[in-house]
Ligand binder design. Structure first.
Ligand SMILES: [Zn+2]
Length: 665
């Protein structure tokens, strides 16, 4: 259910020959080969631009109108934006330069800064590349200051010439760097310096009529980025010594949730060769590298069991001690990333377990994966995912309820598990009886008790739970019976509590709970986005929504007490959200040592990979993190990761984050 921000949807006014120019230029917003939105751009006067922009994402999506004034060299001097944001709440923003001050107002909150030759970036509307790129090219070293914060610089472009429909189009691919983030963003411009496209695996924006080009342009970007990513990996990690010895470790035994004190761990060629008390007098071979871990906590690497992985997330996942990710729905490009990470050509957690995403074609269809029109197409999609190496199937909200049983049966025949949203007009109980192995998101547990007539394709699947989730009696027979059904059928739950806290427990003026503990680490450019205000609850609804969230915590504990397998996933948010997800389990009443087991061993167990990963034991892969603290005494210590070892390489989170412009503990 990830709320995908659309970071690079581009807008442009174009006067180039390509568009058989009239006064207006048109672009398409494309998601999964489907046009989901559009933008229209026109110019009045020499330096006044206008654009409208909208897209539909399962009933959500921005709709905005913008007017800008610029200098002759396209520096923005004023901007007004109005419309609705992703969750259809009214949105307004303005920017203006008065004398030597820049003043901007977002939904009534006014801020200002001295102004000196800096380009303004809206916090909601897409970046106006049509101005930003030509203006930055004119700055010294092609580097420019941004407002509210940060810098942008451009690298030399790649040239590519394409032919389509008998026309030849020359394009420039610009690597754009938003400092301090080191990884490039790619923007396609025409050779006469007008915006052409911004391409991403999930959502792209491209000149109208060229929608079918997105896959080709994406693969060119991927190749262009390869050199950067290999260099990044080498600069940010080093190969493990042939024989690595860690002494004086407190070693977390994840399968039993216990700790062995003052132990030595011997790693030979990337595998755990032996585990013995550091005080032991038995002779061991001489190590190439020895690390003193006195007072520190060695545990298996964390797993994020609900990611929609993008390769730009790799650094922060590793810095937060996450060495494995289960992907829960993505473009097939995930297979390329998986292989590159396995071969140590791309920095990131192992993409250990992949869920093939399937939804039915529908106005509210999911934003990625296989979109089917019939049951037989669904069967074919399962076969296709199986052939490509995906291990499970994730069904989504628009699937016809009657298809669940045959789809699940077919997936099971291929040895694949079935998880997902509970399709609209169906309950979790029905989905379990029709073959689900795991339920994705806690809201579907609550919706189970609210009827099977709710159209959960729409944001009703959030609102119904926010409005009434607090009223559910967890001691009632219907709840007890349902928990017994989950138990009897070995149904796992991926609750994504951090998502529900963001929606139900954070209101106007609140700082995101997940970010609060690390505010002092963040670069300036992130400090404006700290408030993660619920898109739903008005001040009056606040009480009901917070009660719903508290009941979700209680339900989590109830399921844990009944032996239901919980898997910790974030649905976006990388390690930052995962650390908070684990904190929420402790808040729910689950002992911290058991929470660490959930984040490591149980995850591997759910993927049936517990004999390879998820524990520190002889014969297993060396896949662990050294924590400077004791997360059993204080779960929040999980944020103090000092060292990460995975896939025969070693990473230092402090270094990883410093290179991203972050501070650390
Ligand atoms: Zn998701």
């Amino acid at each position: 259910m990830k709320i995908h921000s659309l970071p690079l949807i581009l807008l442009a006014f174009c006067t180039c020959g390509l568009f058989a120019q009239t006064d207006t230029s048109f672009y398409s917003v494309v998601a999964k080969d489907k046009i989901t939105g559009a933008q229209k751009i026109w110019k009045t006067g020499s330096n006044e631009y206008h654009y409208t922009y909208h897209y539909n994402d399962r009933g959500r999506g921005d709709s905005l109108a913008t007017t800008l004034h610029t200098t002759d060299d396209r520096l923005i001097l004023s901007e007004t934006i109005s419309g609705v944001d992703y969750f259809k709440n009214s949105y307004s923003e303005s920017f203006t330069v008065v004398g030597d001050s820049a003043i901007w107002t977002v939904n009534g909150t006014r801020k200002s800064k001295p102004f000196k030759n800096a380009s303004y970036l809206s916090s909601e509307a897409p970046t106006f590349w049509e101005c930003l790129i030509p203006w930055t090219l004119q700055q010294p070293a092609q580097r420019a200051t941004l407002l509210p914060d940060g810098f942008v610089h451009l690298d030399a472009p790649l040239f590519r010439s394409f032919s389509l429909q008998g026309k030849t189009q020359k394009l420039l691919l610009y690597p754009v760097y938003f400092e301090p983030e080191p990884a490039p963003t790619y923007i396609w411009m025409t050779d006469d310096m007008h915006f052409f496209a911004s391409i991403n695996a999930w959502t792209s924006c491209i000149s109208k009529g060229y929608e079918t080009w997105t896959d080709t342009l994406l693969s060119i970007q991927e190749t262009a980025g390869q050199k950067y990513y290999v260099a990044e990996l080498n600069a940010n990690s080093k190969p493990l010594a042939h024989l690595l010895l860690l002494n004086h470790c407190n070693v977390f035994q994840s399968s039993t949730a216990t700790v062995l004190k003052d132990m030595s761990v011997e790693v030979v060629d990337g595998k755990i060769a032996s585990l013995f008390p550091t005080s032991s007098t038995i002779e061991h071979p001489k190590p190439d590298t020895t690390i003193d871990c006195k007072g520190k906590f060695l545990m298996p690497g964390l797993w994020d069991m609900h990611a929609h992985y993008g390769k730009e997330e790799g650094v922060k996942y590793l810095a937060g001690g996450v060495t494995h990710v289960r992907d829960m729905g993505n473009d097939n490009i995930i297979l390329t990333y998986k292989k590159q990470i396995e071969e140590n050509k791309l920095l990131g957690p192992d993409l250990t377990y992949l869920s093939g995403f399937i939804d039915k074609e529908d106005p509210f269809q999911g934003p990625t994966g296989a979109i089917i029109k019939s049951l037989s197409e669904g069967i074919a999609a399962i076969d296709d995912y199986h052939r490509r190496g995906y291990q499970q199937i994730k069904l989504y909200s628009s699937i016809t309820p009657a298809w669940v049983k045959p789809l699940a049966a077919h997936a099971h025949e291929s040895g694949m598990k079935v998880c997902g949203h509970i399709p609209a007009f169906m309950t979790a109980e029905q989905a379990i009886n029709d073959g689900y192995n795991e339920i994705t998101h806690m809201n579907f547990i609550f919706l189970n008790f609210m009827s099977n007539t709710i159209d959960t394709r729409t944001p009703a699947r959030f609102r119904m739970v926010g409005d009434h989730g607090g009223e559910l009696d967890l001691k009632s027979k219907k709840v007890r019976d349902f928990v017994q059904l989950m138990k009897a059928k070995h149904i796992a739950l991926d609750p994504t509590l951090n998502v529900w806290q963001g929606m139900f427990d954070e209101f106007k003026g609140d700082t995101s709970h997940a970010l609060k503990p690390i505010i002092s680490w963040l670069p300036l450019s992130m400090l404006s986005g700290l408030s993660n205000q619920s898109p739903f609850g008005s001040e009056e609804q606040k009480k009901a929504y917070q009660a719903a969230f508290r009941n979700m915590l209680k339900m989590t504990k109830l399921l844990y007490d009944n032996g239901i397998l919980l898997v910790s996933g974030t649905d976006g948010g990388e390690a930052i959200a995962l650390h908070h997800e684990l904190e929420l389990y402790v808040q729910a009443g689950i002992p911290a040592n058991q929470v660490l087991k959930i984040g490591t061993y149980n995850a591997a167990l759910d993927c049936n990979l517990q004999n390879t990963w998820g524990s520190i034991a002889v014969g297993r892969e060396a896949d662990f993190i050294l924590v400077d603290g004791n997360p059993i005494q204080n779960i929040s210590d999980i944020r103090r990761v000092e060292l990460v070892v995975k896939n025969k390489r070693m990473y230092q989170p402090r270094e990883l984050l410093t290179r991203q412009g972050w501070k650390y503990y």
